[in-house]
Every structure is written in C-alpha cells, then in structure tokens.
Write a protein that binds this ligand. Sequence first.
Ligand SMILES: Nc1nc2c(ncn2[C@@H]2O[C@H](COP(=O)(O)OP(=O)(O)OP(=O)(O)O)[C@@H](O)[C@H]2O)c(=O)[nH]1
Ligand SMILES: [Mg+2]
Ligand SMILES: [Zn+2]
Length: 296
Amino acid sequence: MPATDPADGEVVEARVIRVAGPSATVDSGAGEWEAAFTPRLPGGPAVAGDMVSVERRGDTGFIRAVLPRQTLLSRGEFSARNRARPLVANADMLMVVAAAADPPFRPRFIDRYLVAGELGGLTCSLVITKTDLPHDEALIARAAEVYGDIGYDVVQGTTTDPAFIARIRADIGDRTAALCGHSGVGKSSITRALTGVDRAVGDVSHRAGQGRHTTSDPRLVPMPDGGAVVDTAGVRTFYLPPMDAADLAEGFPEIARAAAGCRFRGCRHDGDAGCAVPGHVTPGRLDSYRRLLSSL
Ligand SMILES: Nc1nc2c(ncn2[C@@H]2O[C@H](COP(=O)(O)OP(=O)(O)OP(=O)(O)O)[C@@H](O)[C@H]2O)c(=O)[nH]1
Ligand SMILES: [Mg+2]
Ligand SMILES: [Zn+2]
C-alpha cells in the first residue's frame, strides 16, 4: 500500500453487509471491503443493513458513525428482557418464513415476528415453504386465509420451484427484504435461489435437538437485478424487544384497527368492559396477543 494513497482520509457512506466482531464487510457501491469499527461508535452498534460513514485507509477503513435508520428489526434477549437487540437495519420488508412441515408450522411464533416487524416499521409478509412435504393442508389453508384477511401478503410453495422463487422476487422488487423464521424453514435456500449466493444450507435432521443452526450471522445479499435479501439465523425462541401494551396492540394490525371501537381509552383488550376487539380477531391471534401481553 503506497504511503500516500489518494483515498486516505476520504469519508464515504457505505452499507453494512455483515458484522464480524471488530469489523464489518461494507459496500460503498464499488464492491465489498472490510472496515474496522471505532470504539464507542456513534449510533452503534451497527448491524447488517446499516448505513455507515467510513474513513478510507488504503483498501480498508474505519467506521466512524452509524447513520440514522429508516427501519429497525429488533428482538429481545432472554437474559436481559429490558434490552432490545438490533438484528437488521433499513430493511423495507420482513418476510416471515415458515415451513408447512418440518419444522412444524407454529402460528404463535409467526405472530411474534410480525409484531417485531410491525413495530420496526417494516412491511410484513408470510412465506410458507415445504408444501411438497406431507402437511396438514387444512391448517395451512386456514393460516393463509387468516393472515391474508389481516392484510398480509401470503405466498406458499417449494424453494426449488422457479415459479415460487419468481413470485418472491417480484414481491421484493428493488426493496430489501429480511428473511426471518425458525431454523430449517428454508431462508438460506430462498437466498441462494434469489441471488446465486450459496449460504450454508443445512439438514434439519442433523441439527434436531443439538441446538445447531446453519446460518449464524445476518448477511445482506444483493440480488442481480436490484433489491436485496438479508438472510438471518433461525432461532428456537424469539423474544420480543421491550414494549408496553399499547405498542403490542399496534403490532397486531387488526387489533389496532378494532381498538377504535373500544369503550375506554387504554383498553388492554384482555376481557376489559366494552372491548370491541374480540369480534374482529381470530381466537388464535387473540391468544397470541394475550400471551404476549402477560409476558410484557
Ligand atoms: N422438502 C423441502 N425441503 C426444503 C425446502 N426448502 C428448504 N428445504 C430444505 O430444508 C433444509 C433447511 O434449509 P435452509 O435453507 O438451510 O434453512 P434455514 O432457514 O436457512 O435454516 P437456518 O440457517 O438454520 O436458520 C435444507 O435441507 C433444505 O434443502 C422446501 O421447499 N421443501
Ligand atoms: Mg440459513
Ligand atoms: Zn379493547
């Protein structure tokens, strides 16, 4: 590296592709490079999707600040329930990926991700994979109807089916979509099909009961013709970030809409007098809401 590299000291804006301990892979429009975090990073810590300002130093650089975020998907921590942990920044969409079978389809788990996506400002949708496997067809059809009625886009299919992948591709367009959900549902398979980038794809049976997950770090992967996906690590349990009852209700769009008809402001929709919500929400969704309410 020449001592007087013309780029030295130049400050550029770049997007964080992936964070790896003390450094991150960033992209400033001319390919990916590695840059180091500076201590007590303003606006930090950075996550995949963050826009950062980077001071160039040869072919590396120092990340000086995290720029304001448009959206932020966060989760809670089991050990510190009062703390939110940022997962993905600036994604336009959250695609909650769930398998029709293997691992089992769990609507209550999907609901938690949807709440996190709603509160983070992302447009949420549901992607159901593995419809080629034997599964409870009535359960999946009912779920597609329930989530569709709320207003969520629902797609279902097999990640090896080009038509299914083309549908997801069209839905994302030139936006950035975070792919989230249980381990083994096919997030990395979708990422690979959309981008050609081969993230590790794992065998569900090999990790069952072992707590192993194929994907560990969230990574933003641009698609060839615009737009990007962020492949995230599957989790066993998804804890919501800290929030109050009013925030939680906002995380259920149909509850938020129906709440206008509740007799009292501050109604918790939990058996309160004059509550308008139960007639407008399916029992399953109401159960999700009430379980989360009691865990706040
Ligand atoms: N039958 C079937 N298998 C699939 C489908 N999609 C993915 N798989 C398989 O499911 C397994 C898990 O897929 P991954 O793409 O690694 O799942 P993931 O969501 O990235 O998992 P984590 O990284 O652990 O969170 C792999 O063996 C895939 O080949 C599908 O639509 N049908
Ligand atoms: Mg994966
Ligand atoms: Zn109410």
